[in-house]
Design a protein. Structure first.
Length: 273
């Protein structure tokens, strides 16, 4: 991938996940800056990955070719105000990873012209297993699209969406999704502990079942998920009993409702921040 100067505004979980992936992929640390007011988080990233650290968002953004906005949505307006006043975004590429902040809103927050790509990543980027959805308005150049996809591709898989609204679907299906699986695994670990396993063994049982299931899905791209499920489910056996409980309790509908709630919240956030 091309090497450009990248400034991360925000030093949180998601910025760390992307930085870790970039560094692991051989991206030069000297071309990456991380900016945040709190030294604790920022300096931890500087120490761990050898990137540059600063508390000066404006200075970092000015010096960068690519500005990655990685602060919480509710802070976006506050963070963008000084950037709009002091940074010429004309020749820069801006990537926002924030949920619930639209490109129309960024045009108001940062001014125009604005060369912006919306990215919706997830935290498994930290270990190179991220899933990112990207949306770019028509005017974003091929070069900038390719750079954005390569940047996120260095920490996992990417897919482009043709409509900005589809970013909210990416949030529901991938951005927020690791937390759904963690909740499921937490519940399983707790029950395994109640069954008498010590915490480490309970975690190992659940974690290996989960990562094994995901690996099997990846290794069987032409096999429907329902077939993989059926392959585990012996007639009259234990799995069938467990799945019957999930189905009686409407697990598929619960999952659908949860994903719709994530989309609804993303839409609501677009009106708030
Ligand atoms: N955590 C996740 O799984 C995902 C998060 N996102 C998006 O990523 C963004 C960041 O989320 P997280 O990393 O989870 O949040 P976080 O709370 O871990 O990190 C936010 C960071 O912003 C920094 N910050 C606060 N005020 C600042 C300022 N004035 N200037 C510069 N930095 C400032 C904080 O020091 C903190 O390091 C959010 O907009 C979220 O919607 C997107 C996809 C997944
Ligand atoms: O919970 C959130 O709002 C962010 C967006 C996707 C994952 N975390």
């Amino acid at each position: 991938m091309q090497h450009r100067k990248i400034a991360f505004i925000g030093a949180g979980n998601m910025a760390q996940a992307i930085i870790a992936g970039l560094i692991a992929g051989g991206y030069p640390a000297g071309l990456i800056s991380v900016c945040a007011p709190s030294a604790t988080r920022r300096e931890a990233l500087v120490a761990r990955y050898g990137v540059n650290g600063s508390d000066d968002n404006v200075g970092c953004a000015r010096a960068a070719d690519v500005v990655v906005l990685a602060v919480k949505p509710q802070l976006m307006a506050e963070v963008c105000a000084p950037l709009q006043q002091n940074v010429d975004f004309g020749a820069k590429l801006v990537l926002s990873i924030a949920a619930g902040v639209s490109i129309a809103r960024f045009r108001a927050l940062l001014g125009e012209p604005l060369n912006i790509v919306r990215v919706m990543p997830n935290t498994p980027s930290l270990v190179g297993k991220g899933m990112s959805g990207l949306y770019a308005p028509e005017e974003v150049s091929r070069d900038d699209r390719e750079f954005s996809a390569a940047l996120m591709g260095s920490v996992g898989e990417v897919c482009w969406v043709g409509q900005e609204e589809a970013i909210n679907g990416v949030i529901a299906a991938a951005g927020s999704a690791p937390a759904y699986f963690f909740l499921f695994m937490e519940a399983m670990q707790q029950e395994a502990e109640r069954m008498g396993f010590d915490a480490a063994t309970a975690r190992l049982l659940v974690q290996q079942a989960a990562s094994g299931a995901a690996a099997l899905v990846e290794a069987s791209p032409d096999t429907p998920l329902s077939t993989l499920r059926e392959n585990v489910t012996s007639r009259g056996g234990t799995t069938a009993q467990a799945l019957q409980v999930f189905n009686e309790r409407q697990l598929p509908q619960t999952v659908a409702d949860a994903m719709r709630a994530a989309v609804a919240r993303a839409r609501e956030m677009e009106t708030l921040f």
